[in-house]
Design a protein around this ligand. Structure first.
Ligand code: NOJ
Length: 750
């Protein structure tokens, strides 16, 4: 019986092949596509299925099973992730190009998220730099280093808009704003892929996670997202659009479901939105097992059904799970997918391999290895400085003068691995410059008592010694926050205060009367309400990477100024989350003067909503620090806001200018931000949207006129009919140094 069945399948298959060989499979005519089609015509069904197969080992696995080598020999693998040894990369590639049936090279992938060996600040930190240039340069360095061991595909950038700091993967996100995320997305892609895909240092970018992963309910990782169609178009899709425009060759479907459909089986998403609307021209990879996870989602009834859904949605390559490998033949013979569909999926992968030049040069970048090159480390230090956000600096306690006697305290002051942050499988602690190491290298006048051994430590055994040390010093520098493992994938937190006994130790230290500078290393905003009044300065460095310590040393002593600005709204308490500046106004927007704090409500008060607005009785309506916020070591004055015309048309543009003056005694760098509000829309519009920003360097006392230009294109949005355009009416605009302030003007569109 079995034999007969097999023969029938075989016959059917030959028939299908004959039919499919006759017709033109893919119409696009670029050379890579042409070559891919020519190659496809020579491939067996097994090999085609093989190309859709992304095999992986765990990032901890140091050996390479023979079974994987054999699979490559038989043409059953298209790409690999986490091959942790360079010898294995070379060996597998050799087998693929010498022994596999059509000698199709493999692509080797890894999560090179914020650096390979030289680690840069976590992506949320890099987003705080608001600096596309340093983002591009740092991802170029990551590609140069990773390609030297054969990695030519990274699963980055992550472009998930994140509005909830409880979500562990906010660490990996570009923050809450689609405009900023789009600029950064473009920069990441350019940096990873370089000038030419077939350069051996080029690493394919993978825009992820498509889509809505950052909107997980309650910040719980992998959780359901509910996103209406305008929000999807106006907020969640733009960063992906920018990444595809910049040439990202791959995109990863997300784990989550959005509006009831898991992304890996979402045909409308992958075909209408991704391919048609966003003109995506590379290939789609699933996330780890996300195809078969459609079973627990309750969307696929079994593995075969999951494969059918993924294939029909247009998902090209399956990461780690094997539903495609196990079921494609059967699905073809049952007519659940067609041979031409399969061919298309394969061609989309092959053409990327041709674009990468892998058929001519499948080897890894053999140029001299530049791991931890001097210029890479210098860039990592610069990035850490540009990413750091000074949140508080009472009485200009910072910068410190060199002779100050410092008591350095805190669980992260000397933790080489922790300062690297999440997603650093290849980063090595022994190359990190910790703050303690940097203080030593620079002959700083300090003494160090850790106080707590790790960020979650609740033991008070070191308190006495630590407080004594503090008493003998002029200033306390407390370096705390979260260990790397407390953020990242599957590491959401419901309470985002400083963990362990850090708050307690800070309170004890503040009793000494010595000024306290709190330096935070963390993967997310940390709620500081309980201790903000016990400290004099707060410097947020995120997880700053390999050169974090050197960067912190230079910022504390004013050799450099921290110039980062918040890419996310910083909450006072988790109860405010999700929290973001570009929210809607509601019918009862906040009237600050009318806000009644809970403790002022008379006991026994009659129930009434009158006078109350959209706020919390206990914490009010403001965040702790707004989006775009950050201090420097000098001060600025904004004046003379000019708008070139009150009337925007389809043909003119509005020029906006403002004078920014450095009114302090130090030279500095300011981030000038432009926000716009579309006052009335056929769909309600956000209270503000970022539409431009510029970093300006200003010498003490200097004034610069900063200009922006707006055209109708900058104001277009998707309304409820998904019509993209501008609607007639009034617009407000603000130019300032964060989302909560600014000089105000306006114009109208007719
Ligand atoms: C799961 C993560 O969601 C994804 O971002 C990552 O690239 C893959 N695992 C591969 O490690």
């Amino acid at each position: 019986m079995k034999g007969v069945k097999l023969k029938i399948y075989g016959l059917l298959f030959v028939l299908l092949m004959v039919v499919s060989c006759k017709k033109e499979v893919v119409k696009t005519t670029d050379i890579a596509t042409q070559k891919a089609n020519d190659l496809l015509a020579k491939m067996t069904l097994e090999e085609k299925i093989g190309q859709l197969n992304l095999r992986g080992t765990s990032s901890r696995q140091k050996t390479l099973p023979n079974e994987l080598k054999q699979a490559v020999r038989e043409g059953k693998v298209g790409a690999f992730l986490n091959v942790m040894k360079t010898e294995y990369v070379d060996e597998l590639q050799k087998i693929a190009i010498e022994e596999s049936p059509n000698k199709i090279p493999l692509i080797f992938a890894r999560d090179v998220i914020h650096g390979f060996k030289t680690i840069f600040p976590i992506p949320l930190g890099l987003a705080a730099s608001w600096d596309a240039d340093i983002t591009e340069k740092s991802s170029r360095v990551a590609a140069i280093e990773a390609s030297s061991v054969g990695i030519r595909w990274t699963f980055a950038p992550m472009l998930d808009i994140a509005r909830d700091s409880r979500w562990g993967r906010i660490a990996e996100s570009p923050g809450e704003d689609p405009y900023l995320a789009s600029k950064l997305g473009e920069a990441y892609v350019k940096g990873f892929q370089g000038d030419s895909l077939n350069d051996p240092t080029s690493m394919l970018a993978c825009a992820k996670h498509f889509i809505g992963y950052g909107a997980a309910i309650g910040g719980r990782d992998y959780n359901t997202a509910i996103i209406n169609k305008e929000l999807m178009q106006n907020v969640y899709l733009p960063p992906f659009k920018a990444a595809f425009k910049a040439g990202s060759q791959t995109v990863m479907t997300s784990f989550n479901e959005t509006n009831g459909i898991p992304a890996s089986g979402d045909k409308k998403l992958l075909q209408e939105i991704l391919r048609k609307q966003l003109n995506f021209d590379g290939f789609v990879v699933s996330d780890w097992n996300s195809v078969t996870e459609m079973i627990p989602h309750g969307f696929a009834k079994d593995e075969k059904h999951a494969a059918e859904l993924g294939l029909n949605a247009g998902l090209n390559m399956e990461m780690t799970s094997k539903s495609y490998e196990h079921h494609i033949k059967e699905l073809l013979s049952e007519g659940k997918i067609s041979e031409s569909q399969l061919n298309n999926l394969v061609v989309e992968i092959l053409k990327v391999k041709f674009r990468m030049g892998l058929f001519e040069n499948s080897g890894r970048n053999s140029k001299a290895s530049k791991l931890y090159a001097k210029e890479h480390l210098a860039l990592a230090k610069e990035a850490a400085i540009k990413s750091s956000v000074l949140l508080k600096n009472d009485k200009s306690i910072l910068p410190l003068v060199k002779k100050t006697k410092i008591a350095v305290v805190g669980p992260l002051a000397n933790k080489p691995r922790e300062q690297l942050g999440t997603w650093t499988f290849d980063g090595e602690g022994q190359h990190s410059v910790t703050p303690i190491k940097a203080f030593e290298n620079n002959n700083t006048n300090f003494s160090f008592t850790e106080g707590l051994s790790y960020s979650r430590d609740k033991s008070e055994v070191q308190f006495k010694k630590t407080i004594q040390n503090a008493k003998n010093s002029d200033v306390i520098v407390f370096i705390g926050g979260e260990e790397a493992i407390l953020s990242g994938e599957a590491h959401s937190r419901a309470n985002i205060d400083l963990p362990g006994a850090q708050e307690k130790l800070l309170k004890e230290l503040s009793k000494t009367g010595k000024p306290i500078i709190l330096v935070i290393m963390a993967g997310r905003p940390i709620t500081l309400t309980n201790i903000i009044n016990n400290v004099d300065a707060v410097l947020m460095t995120w997880h700053p990477g390999t050169m974090g310590g050197e960067a912190i040393y230079e910022m504390l002593f004013g050799i450099q100024e921290p110039s980062g600005r918040l890419p996310v709204t910083w909450p006072k308490t988790v109860g405010q989350l999700p929290l973001f500046y570009n929210h809607k106004n509601t019918g009862r927007p906040v009237i600050p003067e009318k806000f009644v704090q809970m403790d002022s409500i008379p006991v026994g008060a009659w129930q009434s909503s009158l006078g109350n607005t959209s706020h919390y009785l206990d914490v009010g309506f403001t965040p702790h620090f707004p989006f775009g916020y950050g201090l420097g070591y000098t001060s600025y004055m904004y004046s003379n806001l000019q708008v070139s015309t009150q009337k925007l048309t389809n043909t003119n543009q509005i020029k906006i200018s403002v004078d920014v003056k450095n009114t302090g005694e130090r030279d500095g760098e300011e981030l000038v931000q432009l926000y716009v509000q579309d006052v009335v829309g056929s769909v309600t519009r956000p209270v503000k949207e970022l539409k431009g920003f510029e970093k300006v360097k200003l010498k003490s006392g200097a004034l610069k006129t900063v200009s922006f230009a707006l055209t109708v294109d900058d104001l277009k949005y998707y309304n409820s009919n998904l019509k993209y355009g501008v609607e007639k009416g009034d617009f407000n605009l603000w130019v300032g140094n964060n989302a909560s302030n600014g000089l105000r003007s306006g114009f109208s569109y007719e």
